[in-house]
Design a protein around this ligand. Structure first.
Ligand code: PEP
Ligand code: MG
Length: 656
């Protein structure tokens, strides 16, 4: 037996992907090999055990091997543990490089040596770009007037309210895809987050109080926005810190309207540009003609900031947190951006340009390789076919899904339709949306989920009680069954749109068989009413989401009642693990790859197979490259995911 010590350099430690890859590599050696950390031991050949060991970046571990090839196995493991990039792949957000370091840093990533030739920032979105700089540096907004006379307070409050209403409606229209703007689901979620900031009591309340204390609306908005943004910027958690950017973005828009100033036009970014900014909010980025942007470089920002998420969604290489002054930014003509390593070369030499060109060509070839999967209906090497469908929230996202070759829609979240307006959508409006969606994907199935709204996400037009535990409260089908005046128009709209022939309907948050019976009774009642009114309609297949432990444990009984199961791993994980999916403090427990959650998924698949119904997955885990093989092995035949993940998931399945 031999032992050796090593320090783990893998970024963010041995989480899912590095653990899975490590176990795979170690299985090739004949010896037993173990990792010991904080007194706990795990076989290096078991990815689950490695994950449960929760080895962090920077921790020291003891490696112990016994048997054939023990020395080779240890050497190999030591080199994996010493590689910061070990286990990363193209689909993963690159890890943040926190330290700022200039020229000539050598990073040994095992197979190739990377030499940093430029400035180092934070890797925000992968890929390489080269092009002319389009520098966006809006002038600082300054309020000339600070104090207002007492008699102007109510006028000033009105001015603020109308500026706020204007911004809210602009953001809502943009998120609904009604005006030119982003189509991707991620972008929409980000715009909704900005609306939340604009409606936040902490923010709006403080501004109103400032105006009531005789403050100029513009001056108060700038002050409140900066104080709140600074509070977020000082937080320890990366994600929370990045929210400062959202607050600044909303503040800039509001203050500009109140001060009568126009912000520089981002719509005029010329094709092929590298967009260079001090700080770019998600709101600002959403106004840029995305196809014109080849790369993004910012002084501000972090890997988890919304602008980085948007860049990743659109495949735009991005480096954030670059150590430059605004003056230096102004003087940039051309840039080379390395989003993999978080590096930027300012005004690159001819040799450097050629080197970046070559890399870009190689990336384009790889992308092209992936686009070959667009029309592939993926089948594993042992002949299992898996449908890859899209998760959508609005009609604006259809094009993205079709470009990625989605085989229908596995989850259409109808709540966005209910959240975007100031009142509930009427039956006719809903019929129209569902019918358009079905027609766009015909003949592939389109699965529309009935309203899944809860006390944590209020909707204008539905009164929610205050609840101690909204996630355990009046949400999804529970609310719908209590409020037939809201539920029936949706069911009627679905029956009317079902004449398209490819609509299936699924019910969220099922925890009791009786709920399915009650939904079926309401559907029958709606169908009878439509028939007696002479309105064209058709029946649809009814399925349910499996996202509560109760549904898993009664899966046999439920399978007898419905046509399909779709596993909502986002909620199933939070309910199985008793871990709020939105609580960053306990995020380490929120893991779909936890054996308990995987067992729940397996039980569901077994019950579906016994009953002869199909089972899909529509939670975020459906696109997790580490979990896809397990899901397929369990018998899942449909994976539904955001359009950006479709091509790479098709490739993974085809190579299984
Ligand atoms: C889920 O819970 O996995 C799911 C798909 O639904 P949502 O994320 O909308 O709750
Ligand atoms: Mg859910």
């Amino acid at each position: 037996m031999i032992e050796t010590n090593a320090t783990v350099r893998v970024i963010e430690g041995l989480h899912t992907r590095p653990a899975a890859q490590m176990a795979k590599l170690m299985k090739k050696f004949g010896c037993n090999i173990e990792l010991v950390c904080r007194g706990k031991t795990a076989s290096a050949k078991s990815s689950v055990k490695l994950m449960l060991l929760q080895v962090k970046e920077g921790e020291d571990v003891l490696i112990r091997a016994e048997g054939d090839e023990e020395q080779e196995a240890i050497d190999h493991l030591v080199s994996c543990l010493g590689d910061p990039q070990f286990g990363m792949n193209m689909d993963q957000a690159p890890a943040a490089a926190h330290e700022v370091q200039a020229v000539h840093t050598q990073i040994d990533n095992g197979s190739e040596v990377h030499v940093c030739e430029g400035l180092k920032g934070i890797a925000g979105s992968r890929g390489t770009a080269l092009g002319p700089a389009h520098v966006y540096l809006p002038q600082k907004l300054v309020a000339q007037r600070q104090v207002i006379p007492e008699e102007e307070i109510s006028l000033e409050l009105n001015r603020f309210r109308s500026a706020l209403a204007g911004l809210e409606s602009k953001l809502s229209r943009q998120s609904a895809g009604q005006v030119e703007g982003p189509a991707a689901e991620q972008d929409r979620a980000i715009l909704l987050a900005l609306i939340e900031v604009a409606q936040d009591e902490e923010y709006v309340g403080a501004i109103i109080r400032g105006i009531e204390a005789q403050g100029d609306a513009g001056a108060v908005t700038l002050r409140v926005g900066e104080v709140l943004a600074a509070t977020f910027a000082a937080m320890a958690d990366d994600y929370m810190r990045a929210r400062a950017e959202d607050i600044r973005g909303v503040t800039r828009q509001l203050a500009a309207a109140l001060l009568g100033q126009t912000l520089p036009d981002l719509a005029s970014v010329p094709p092929g540009s590298i967009l260079v900014a001090n700080d770019l909010s998600a709101w600002e980025f959403s106004k840029v003609p995305i196809a014109n942007v080849k790369g993004l470089v910012c002084i501000g920002g972090a890997a988890t900031s919304h602008v980085a998420i948007m860049a990743r969604t659109h495949g735009i290489p991005a480096v954030l947190g670059l150590p430059l002054s605004e003056e230096e930014l102004q003087s940039i003509q051309c840039l080379a951006v390395d989003g993999d390593h978080g590096e930027v070369i300012l005004n690159p030499s001819d040799a450097q340009k050629t080197q970046y060109q070559t890399r870009m060509e190689a990336e384009a070839r790889a992308r092209k390789g992936l686009s070959a999967f667009r029309d592939v209906h993926p089948t594993t090497k042992d002949g299992r076919q898996v449908d890859i469908a899209a998760n959508l929230g609005s009609l604006g996202e259809i094009e993205l899904a079709q470009k990625a070759g989605a085989k229908g829609v596995g989850l259409f979240r109808t709540e966005l339709l209910f959240m975007q307006g100031r009142s509930l959508p009427q039956e006719d409006e809903q019929t129209d949306v569902y019918h358009q969606l079905a027609t766009a994907f015909h003949p592939h199935p389109v699965i529309i989920r009935t309203l899944d709204i809860g006390g944590d996400k209020p909707v204008a037009g539905i009164d929610f009680p205050r609840e101690e535990n909204p996630f355990l409260g009046w949400r999804g089908v529970r609310m719908c069954l209590d409020r037939p005046e809201i539920f029936k128009p949706q069911l009627r709209a679905l029956l009317r749109a079902a004449v398209a022939g490819n609509i299936k309907v699924m019910i969220p948050m099922i925890s009791d068989v009786n709920e399915v019976h009650r939904v079926r009774a309401l559907v029958a009642q709606c169908e009878a009413e439509l028939n007696s009114e002479g309105v064209d309609c058709a029946s649809f297949e009814l399925g349910i989401m499996i996202e509560t432990p109760a549904a898993v444990l009664q899966a046999d009984a439920l399978a007898a009642e419905v046509s399909f199961f779709s596993i909502g791993t986002n909620d199933l994980t939070q309910y199985v693990m008793a871990t709020d999916r939105a609580n960053a403090q306990i995020a380490s427990l929120y893991r779909t790859e936890h054996p308990a959650v995987l067992r729940a998924i397996e039980l569901t698949c077994e019950a579906a197979q016994r009953a002869g119904i199909w089972v899909g997955i529509c939670g975020e885990a459906a696109a997790n490259p580490d979990l896809i093989p397990q899901f397929v092995a369990m018998g899942v035949t449909e994976l539904s995911m955001s359009p950006a993940s479709i091509l790479s998931s098709k490739k993974i399945i085809s190579e299984l």
